[in-house]
Design a protein around this ligand. Structure first.
Ligand code: AMP
Ligand code: TRP
Length: 332
């Protein structure tokens, strides 16, 4: 059986980008695989989080994952900070990864912005922790959105160097699973920018807890161009905003860009946006309702996470202990 690992930061309300690029695939992959899914709060604090808000958002993220159908009994759902193995292996990886490798990470450059000197050291070392998340479980397949591709390549470089330095075949190669026509959902205000939970403009994204009216309004106001939709996918090439909305529609109806255009090509954005808003409400409203229902019992969500952490630690602890032995740490 294939062991799958993935993570999401509790740094805000999950967006439609998180859902279509990652979370929906997490749910689908549960059939026939062993899945380990993690709310990565250690990653979240690489940029300052108000403590009370972080606690609440971690619980809310877990509830959202349960609401989209992650099964915490057949699979494992937990909070990163509750399993010590992640930070322990990350330290070893800090000493394996090279500065030159991390200097190439485009996400660090984006997130640090112009004031790089003032970014946290954690933000810089973030990909090493991400590599530790995956390798602590000897996971081989990692479902993520397109923006994480470079981090997964780095995780493979780290594993390879560790294996080489210590003369072992200990950490396996991992495969990214970047799936579907919405592996990179763009901002509704700017088709060249990724939709993000941390974008200052709420109009740029659809949150998984937006109500029907908010969704309809955001879609109606989404930036587009004046042309009608093309009837061939090639016609989307120079039209990032149109391409984004068609990609979202395609993912929600389990088809591709061409599948949507065969039905809606030639249509103006008025009617297409209306159809898209209806579809989004139909798919997202049940998730928001179920998340709210779960959060009415916070202790219940916390208990699921505690149980998940115990099961995650049972897998990760022996693997990280072996990595420590390979490094040469004296063990009783
Ligand atoms: P994050 O919100 O950065 O913790 O990301 C969690 C998961 O959602 C990762 O697999 C990301 O690649 C994915 N993701 C985040 N934003 C988008 C987006 N705009 N489009 C597609 N996938 C995304
Ligand atoms: N860095 C990922 C993101 O922001 C989240 C993440 C942390 C992750 N650890 C991971 C994803 C391990 C996959 C596997 O999207």
């Amino acid at each position: 059986m294939t062991r799958i690992f993935s993570g999401i930061q509790p740094s805000g309300i999950p967006t439609l980008g998180n859902y279509l690029g990652a979370l929906r695939n997490w749910a689908k992959l549960q059939d026939g695989n062993e899945c380990i899914y993690c709310v990565v709060d250690l990653h979240a604090i690489t940029q300052f989080q108000d403590p009370a808000t972080l606690t609440q958002q971690s619980r809310e993220m877990a509830a959202t994952l349960l609401a989209i159908g992650i099964d915490p009994v057949r699979h494992t759902l937990f909070l990163q900070s509750q399993v010590r193995a992640h930070a322990q292996l990350a330290w070893i990886f800090n000493c394996v990864a090279r500065l030159g490798w991390l200097n190439r990470m485009t996400q660090f450059k984006d997130k640090a912005g112009k004031d790089r000197e003032n970014a946290s050291v954690g933000l810089y070392a973030y990909p090493n922790l991400m590599a530790a998340d995956i390798h602590a479980y000897h996971a081989t397949h990692v479902p993520v959105g397109d923006d994480q591709r470079q981090h997964l390549e780095l995780a493979n470089d780290i594993a390879q160097k560790f294996n080489h330095d210590f003369g072992v075949e200990f950490f396996p190669t991992i495969q990214p699973l970047i799936m579907g026509p919405a592996a990179r959902v763009m901002s509704l205000r700017d088709g060249t920018k990724k939709m993000s939970k941390s974008d200052p403009s709420d109009q740029s994204r659809i949150n998984l807890n937006d109500d029907a009216d908010t969704i309809a309004l955001k879609v109606r106001r989404a930036k587009t161009d004046p042309e009608p939709l093309p009837s061939e996918a090639a016609g989307l090439a120079e039209r990032p905003e149109a391409r984004n909305l068609v990609g979202i529609y395609a993912a929600l109806t389990d088809t591709d860009h061409q599948g949507v255009l065969s039905e809606h090509g030639g249509q103006g954005f008025g009617p297409f946006k209306q159809a898209l808003a209806d579809l989004l409400v139909e798919k997202l409203a049940p998730i928001a309702d179920e998340t709210r229902r779960l959060l009415a019992d916070p202790a219940g969500v916390d208990a699921i996470l505690r149980d998940g952490a115990a099961r995650a630690a049972a897998v990760a602890d022996p693997i990280v202990a072996e990595a420590e032995r390979l490094v040469g740490f004296l063990r009783a």
